[in-house]
Design a protein around this ligand. Structure first.
Ligand code: SF4
Length: 259
């Protein structure tokens, strides 16, 4: 069965280790620490570019490829990101660009790849509208307003756009979030739970413990079924495997279908 980012792509491409967005639930940080690539959350938040990954020539992959998958695109690595995306596009790939986006970076990508926009699908991670919740869970990432502006920019320039609401950080507001974003989305809005919280989130304060409790309560099976009932007929909505398992939808059997 296909899980995680394999639902979206047949290959995940990265060119950095670390990410200044410093999300508390970060999968990339846990994975890098397990592999000994970084040794602390502080080290993770200082991104470093991997030159060999930037220079690598890519083949034509047998399906959509995702970039990046274990870091983000920021002002510090935008030139490296452009080089990688260019390499992927030159080989003929369809590239899923995933980001908690800043308007500046997305503006830059839209200008640079205007002629190749048919090969690009943007997917912007927008996990809540509340700035308080976002700044707690994703302290270094762009604000909701900045991400909305970035989405609007890409949409207005004729790129295919999609949104990932994974992990949902405020389940009671997800339907309203979808309603606000849908005029700017051409492809899909993916919705998923926060996964493997015990492994990925370090409970080092009362506030983190309270927030984890809230998230776990909000993404209980009854709440997920209620959300599914609200949005199941929405044409843009796609459910990640964490929700398919609760509501009884079949999991994907093929990577990169993005549906
Ligand atoms: S934006 Fe992605 S890679 Fe960066 S810290 Fe957040 S979850 Fe990790």
């Amino acid at each position: 069965m296909i899980r995680g980012t394999r639902e979206w792509a047949v290959a995940e491409i990265n060119c950095c280790i670390g990410c200044p967005h410093a999300c508390l639930y970060c999968y990339g940080r846990t994975s890098a620490m397990n592999r000994g690539l970084v040794h602390s959350a502080e080290e993770w938040s200082k991104s470093r570019i991997v030159a060999a990954a930037v220079e690598k020539e890519h083949p034509l992959y047998p399906g959509q490829v995702m970039f990046p998958a274990a870091h983000d695109i920021t002002g510090e690595n935008i030139e490296a990101a452009i080089a990688v995306i260019d390499n992927l596009l030159v080989a003929g790939n369809r590239v899923l660009i995933v980001s908690k986006p800043s308007p500046e970076c997305i503006n830059r990508l839209c200008e640079r790849f205007r002629e190749k926009r048919e090969q690009i699908l943007f997917r912007f991670t927008i996990t809540a509208r509340s700035e308080g919740i976002l700044s707690f869970w994703e302290p270094g990432a762009p604000t909701y307003r900045q991400r909305l502006l970035a989405l609007s920019l890409a949409h207005s320039r004729g790129f295919s756009t999609s949104v990932s609401v994974e992990p949902m950080l405020e389940i009671g507001d997800v339907a309203a979030l979808v309603a606000e974003l849908e005029p700017l989305v051409t492809h899909s809005i993916w919705i998923g739970k926060m996964n493997r919280i015990a492994e990925r989130v370090t409970i080092d304060s009362v506030r983190v413990a309270e927030e984890v409790d809230r998230i776990e309560r909000e993404q209980g099976d009854a709440e997920i079924r209620e959300l599914y009932g609200l949005l199941q007929h929405h044409p843009l909505i796609r459910w990640k495997e964490s929700i398919k398992e609760v509501v009884g939808l079949p999991l994907s059997e093929q990577a990169g279908l993005d549906r």
